[in-house]
Structure formats: C-alpha cells, structure tokens
Design a protein around this ligand. Structure first.
Ligand code: SAH
Length: 334
C-alpha cells in the first residue's frame, strides 16, 4: 500500500526517465514558437523593472525538449541584448533523457534536480506544465471524518490519514469542508505547496519573479482530477506506473496563498488565452505570418489553439509570483 503522492512521484520519475512524453501529449511551446518568445520578452521586462542587474539567473522548471527556452532566448537576444548578456541559464530537470534533448538546443545551460538547488541571486523562473506533474494527495469524506487514498495493486484503497482535518487548498472554504457529502474527494498539493513557499521566500529575499503556466480551475472544488495520458488518450492512472504521464489540476489558490504567506506578491491566475493576448500573441503571429506566407495558416491555427477558450485558452492559467517591490507585470490586468 503506497500513499498516492508516493505512487505519483515514483510513476512520473519512471515515465520521464524512460519515455518520450511528447509522443503522449503536446504542450504550448511545441504548438507555436510565439509562446516561448512572449515569455522571454515577459522576463526581459521584469529584468528591466528589477533595475537591470548585471547577473541574473534565468531558469526554467521542467523544460521538456528545450523549445520554450530556445524561443525565449532568441526573442531576448533580439529585443533585449543587455538582458541576454546578463542572464545565466539554469534548467531544473530530473530526467537524464530530457536533459540530453535540452542540451542539444541549450548547450550553455547548467542543470539541477530541484528548484531549491538553483544558485542564489536575482531569479527569473519560467515553468510551463511543471506543477501539474507534482505529486498530490487525495482525501475522501467518510462519516464525520476523512480517509486518505492509497494505491495497492493498481487500485485505490482507503486508509486512515495522518491528518485529522482535510488539508485542502487554503483558497477554499475550510469551514465548508466539514459538511461535504459522503464520498467527496478533495486534493492537496503535497509537493507543490512547500515548493512554492520556498520559492516565494527566496524571491522576497533575493529578488525576482516566477511565471507559472498550468492547467487548473480558478476556484477548485472537490473532485478527483488525477489523470493519465497515453498517445493523446486518457488511460487508467494506476494501471501501469511509469507507462503514462500522471497529472492533476494545479490548485492555484492554494499556491497563491502559500506565496503570499511568504511575503511575495501574486498576480493572477488569469486564463492563458487572455494572458497571451495581452502580451501580443496575435500581433506577433500576424507579423510572422506576413513574413512567411506559406506558414501563415498554420501559425494562425497555432495561436488560436493556445488562446481559444474551448482549446487551451481557458483551462490553462498564468500566475506570477513576484518580489513585492516589483511593478505590476504584463499580462495581468491592473
Ligand atoms: N515545460 C515543457 C515540458 C512539460 S512536461 C513543455 O511545456 O513542453 C514536464 C517536464 O517537467 C518534463 O521536462 C519533466 O521531465 C519535468 N519534471 C516532471 N517532474 C519533475 C520533477 N519532480 N523535478 C524536475 N523535473 C520534473
């Protein structure tokens, strides 16, 4: 019997170490080059707002194939060459296989296993579809209390929880948790929450900002959001640990509360479509399309895929965690 977060950590470590995740799902930077370019320019603007420090860590958590960062750096070198000279590139990646893919596109990078291992100093961190892969716990309402979900031989079993009260996102109505109907499932971001606390404390102490893009509702309710994807299709998340990518909705309010408790300023979450449109997704796509008429239709389709509410525009969200003295970052309404 293994607690769900331990199962998820083990399954995803095996999955990312042995498989090409992009055979099973695609991500925003693989859909359009404009995604990474806009995030690079977002970071450049923050660097200017920070007073243009002569040395800054530009980091990405879970860089996949390295596409986002390669697109970001190209835009940075063109639009903000001084930032290009000041930045030191650091990547957080545990999979040796993906590190090798990243090294082909980003040979100048240094790699780390954990965000906590990034070198000190001002930091600008980007993370797209990283937090959804981090282990969660699930609790089930039984009688007057809660049980916890464990995994045994490919199935869920319920057992006593080490926690006396449900530890749902701090953004939720905690008093309401006591009156949930029998069988209600609630989730807790077991790995992401302490990670965001540590990251926010570091940003407050040493300066900088982090931009998280991931999928999850604005106001998470109860429910089981654990899912597995194989070859683009939903699969049983417990059946074959390491054979499919396991993700869960990111609990943005819980992570925002953890960051605020550490003294950081939080912006968003806002829907990804709105965020990218505010950063100039359609203008930049239009410009590229005019320069490459043969690719115009596919560039416009890609932008629509990222921004349309019924595609990735609404379920995906952007949230920024910033040093409290920084001005309001682009993409988040004042
Ligand atoms: N950001 C990329 C890839 C998303 S897939 C994109 O948008 O295309 C998730 C990425 O996070 C992979 O690179 C995976 O190896 C990495 N990853 C997942 N869990 C991790 C963990 N606990 N520590 C470090 N990297 C992790």
């Amino acid at each position: 019997m293994e607690r769900l977060d331990a199962f998820m950590a083990r399954a995803n470590a095996a999955y990312y170490a042995s498989r090409d995740p992009f055979a099973d799902f695609t991500t925003a930077p693989e859909i359009s080059q404009v995604f990474g370019e806009l995030l690079g320019l977002w970071a450049a603007e923050l660097w200017m707002a920070m007073g243009e420090p002569g040395a800054v860590v530009l980091a990405e958590a879970g860089p996949g194939r390295g596409t986002l960062m390669a697109d970001a750096l190209r835009a940075i070198r063109q639009a903000a060459p001084a930032f290009g000279r000041a930045l030191r590139l650091h990547l957080v990646e545990t999979s040796p296989r993906l590190r090798a893919a990243q090294a082909e596109k980003l040979p100048e990078a240094a790699w780390h296993d954990r965000i906590e291992d990034l070198p000190p100093g001002p930091l600008l961190l980007l993370a797209n579809e990283f937090f959804d892969a981090l282990p969660i716990r699930q609790f089930v309402r039984r009688g007057q209390g809660w049980t916890e979900r464990f995994v045994e031989r490919g199935r869920f079993v319920e057992g006593p929880s080490s926690l006396s009260a449900p530890v749902c996102g701090a953004g939720r109505d905690e008093a309401g948790e006591a009156t949930r109907p029998e069988g209600t499932i609630v989730e807790y971001p077991q790995a992401a929450r302490p990670l965001v606390s540590t990251l926010a404390a570091r940003l407050v102490e040493q300066g900088g900002a982090a931009l998280l893009l991931d999928y999850g509702p604005e106001r998470p309710g109860p429910g089981d959001s654990l899912q597995a994807l194989r070859a683009g299709r939903p699969a049983d998340p417990l059946a074959d640990p390491g054979g499919a990518d396991l993700t869960a909705h990111v609990d943005f309010p819980a992570l925002a509360a953890a960051a605020r408790a550490a003294g950081a300023a939080v912006f968003g979450p806002v829907p990804q479509g709105l965020f990218l449109a505010r950063l100039g997704l359609f203008q930049r796509t239009g410009r590229l399309a005019r320069q490459n008429p043969a690719r115009a239709a596919s560039l416009r389709n890609a932008a629509a895929r990222l921004a349309e509410p019924d595609q990735m525009g609404r379920l995906f969200k952007a949230m920024a965690i910033c040093h409290p003295a920084l001005p309001h970052p682009s993409g988040f309404a004042a």
